[in-house]
Structures are given as structure tokens and as C-alpha cells.
Design a protein around this ligand. Structure first.
Ligand SMILES: [Zn+2]
Length: 212
């Protein structure tokens, strides 16, 4: 379905305009699952077989985990800061008409936190063919000590930029340079330019991941 307005586009510069006192209604229902790694035009993509039990509930709407992919450098900025890379964990509603994307900023550091999902990288480094799968739970990609989350309404940042995305932008996670190379290989940098905020709100909520 084409959306003609094109005034609620992504990415944006993240500067919260509203600070909520109530926590974000985001329930993580992710489960460990086998993802299929695929090389996209701008790096690694990991796709999942749709499973209604593997996803999230955002503002009481159920979204199913579809895939995750990366951009370098980051597409969103936090104030004036652009990060080395950005992870997008993409979910869709059952009818495919709405998406919820959880974004995590990635910074390359060889003193990386061990919070990142190391078993994923081990499996990725050893995978033999395009149909090999890697075990993954997106929980392994949440920034350590997450205490807040940013919400705004926007668009896909590739393709026809449909304005169907509820964005949740979390904090920053460190990865090593070896992990960065596994994610991006020889692909070219790819990040859409910043878009105007127009009449939108950027809301910061208190939020911590619920227990599995
Ligand atoms: Zn993306």
C-alpha cells in the first residue's frame, strides 16, 4: 500500500521532545531461534521463519520477529553524534501492514562489552553455506544497563520508504573490529540521510527489558 504523505520519514536526529513518566509498553517475547544469514547489499541480514510466539508487543500490538540487518555508519544520530553502525531488529504485524523496528547503536571498540551475543559470531564465522543457520536471541543485542527507550513514528529507510514503522531506539552496544568485519565484509557504507522531524514527537520513556 503506497503512502503518499512522505512527511514522517526516517532516520532522524534523536533529540527527545517529551519525557514520559510512565514506562514504555514494550514486552519482549523473543525466543532463541535459528536465523538464516544472507548477504544483503549493505551487509549481513539474518532472517527468521515467522513464529507468532517469537516477537514483541508494543503498546499492546503484537509484532512477529522477521529479520535483522545493519547499517554503517548509523542512520539515526543521537543529538550530533553519528555512530559506527546501527542494528535494526525488524518485526511485522501478522498482516504485514505495520512494522516495529528496534534500533541499537554500535560502536567499534576492541575493549568490547561481553554483552554482545558471542555464540552468534562463533556460529557466523563457521557457517559453511548460505542455508546454514545461526542460533540467535535478540536479547543478546540489547545494550547493557538499558534504562530508557526512545519512541517515534517513521518510515522504512530503504525501498519505497513506507511510513509504517514504530521506531524504538535504544542505547549503544560495543562490538569488536573483528565482529564489525563479519557483519559488513566488503560491502559499501550504507545509511540514508537524516530526514526532517516535521510535526512529530520524539518521546523518551523509562524502560528496562522484562525478564524472559
Ligand atoms: Zn535498516
Amino acid at each position: 500500500m503506497m503512502n503518499q504523505s512522505k512527511c514522517n520519514q526516517s532516520p532522524i536526529r534523536i533529540v527527545p521532545t517529551i519525557f514520559s513518566r510512565l514506562p514504555l509498553s514494550l514486552d519482549l517475547r523473543w525466543q532463541p531461534a535459528d536465523g538464516v544469514p544472507v548477504w544483503g547489499a549493505h551487509g549481513l541480514e539474518v532472517r527468521f521463519k515467522p513464529n507468532p510466539l517469537n516477537g514483541i508487543a508494543l503498546d499492546d500490538v503484537d509484532f512477529i520477529l522477521e529479520h535483522f540487518h545493519f547499517h554503517r555508519p548509523s542512520e539515526h544520530y543521537r543529538a550530533d553524534v553519528q555512530f559506527d553502525a546501527e542494528l535494526h531488529i525488524v518485526h511485522k504485524t501478522g498482516d504485514g501492514r505495520k512494522a516495529a523496528v528496534i534500533a541499537v547503536f554500535l560502536t567499534v571498540s576492541d575493549q568490547a562489552d561481553d554483552a554482545v551475543d558471542l555464540s552468534f559470531f562463533e556460529a557466523l564465522a563457521e557457517r559453511t553455506g548460505d542455508n546454514a543457520s545461526v542460533p540467535l536471541n535478540p536479547r543478546g543485542w540489547l545494550p547493557p544497563r538499558t534504562a530508557s527507550a526512545i519512541r517515534y513514528e517513521g518510515s522504512l529507510t530503504t525501498g519505497d520508504h513506507e511510513e509504517i514503522v514504530s521506531w524504538v531506539v535504544l542505547g549503544e552496544l560495543r562490538i569488536t573490529s573483528a565482529q564489525y568485519r563479519l557483519i559488513f565484509g566488503e560491502t559499501k557504507p550504507h545509511a540514508r540521510e537524516l530526514q526532517d522531524l516535521n510535526r512529530r514527537y520524539v518521546v523518551e520513556f523509562p524502560w528496562a527489558p522484562n525478564a524472559p
